[in-house]
Design a protein around this ligand. Structure first.
Ligand code: ADP
Ligand code: ADP
Length: 222
């Protein structure tokens, strides 16, 4: 029997992590865990966690490690044994990456930790993010130009309203990309050294990226 996979999607905001995660959910049955979505659900439901995280998210800053790690840890503990899962947007700092290693060892030492690094030229990111449309109900993503919904303003998957995230405005987007460079980029070297990093050219169109991911995962080239 093959081992349970924890697939970490690493890459700057706008690289296509959420988009590719949805494809892997549909085609391979992965469970999708997005730290950004977990935060947005808490914000909507006005939980204590949401109140603590909101100010950071609005400013395009990272939510402090302590808050983020315990939120994701609680979610991972709920996963049924044997279910392959995707972590989208977590970890984003070295402290988080090291904490994840411990969390997984505690959850099940046999889980295979694999990292997909979605590499995209910086110049692409701003346009992808400022044109992004997100669905209210489940966070499905579309793009005004590159991936428009069939009906304007309506999610293809669940019929809910599409909106522009507050933090997808130009000024906040620029800050989020800067924060990524400073805090998250060092994870590439960290995972490369551990020998579990797979790099994908995410500057292609959505289908091109998906097929490169599929073939690299099949060949287990990490
Ligand atoms: P992330 O989760 O990494 O922030 P998303 O998956 O939300 O990225 O994608 C950001 C935006 O770019 C969305 O509007 C999405 O529709 C669009 N997008 C995703 N992948 C591509 C691609 N390969 N080419 C063009 N646009 C893309
Ligand atoms: P994107 O898909 O554009 O990369 P996310 O939806 O993953 O954005 O995250 C939105 C915001 O939620 C981030 O800008 C940050 O404020 C917060 N956030 C999400 N994941 C983390 C994390 N692992 N650590 C700290 N903050 C996070």
């Amino acid at each position: 029997m093959s081992r349970q996979i924890c697939l970490i999607l690493l890459g700057p905001p706008g690289a296509g992590k959420g988009t590719q995660a949805e494809i892997l959910v549909e085609e391979k049955g992965f469970l999708h865990i997005s730290s950004g979505e977990l935060f947005r659900r808490n914000l909507e439901n006005e939980t204590e966690l949401g109140k603590k995280a909101g100010q950071y998210i609005d400013a395009g800053e990272l939510v402090p490690d302590e808050i983020t790690i315990s939120m994701v840890e609680n979610r991972i503990r709920e996963i049924d044994s044997g279910t392959d899962f995707i972590l989208d947007g977590f970890p984003r700092t070295l402290v988080q990456a090291k904490a994840l290693k411990e969390i997984l060892a505690d959850y099940d030492p046999d889980v295979d930790e694999v990292v997909l690094y979605l590499h995209v030229p910086y110049s692409e990111l701003i346009e992808r993010l400022t044109g992004r449309l997100t669905c209210r109900a489940h966070g499905h993503v579309f793009h005004k130009k590159y991936n428009p919904p069939q009906e304007q303003g309506v999610c293809d998957y669940d019929g809910s309203e599409l909106y522009q995230r507050e933090d997808d405005q130009l000024e906040t987007v620029k800050n989020r990309v800067d924060v990524y460079m400073e805090k998250t980029e060092p994870l590439i070297a960290y995972y490369r050294e551990r020998g579990i990093l797979l790099q994908v050219d995410a500057g292609q169109d959505v289908e091109g990226v998906a097929s490169e991911i599929e073939s690299k995962l099949e060949k287990k080239q990490w």
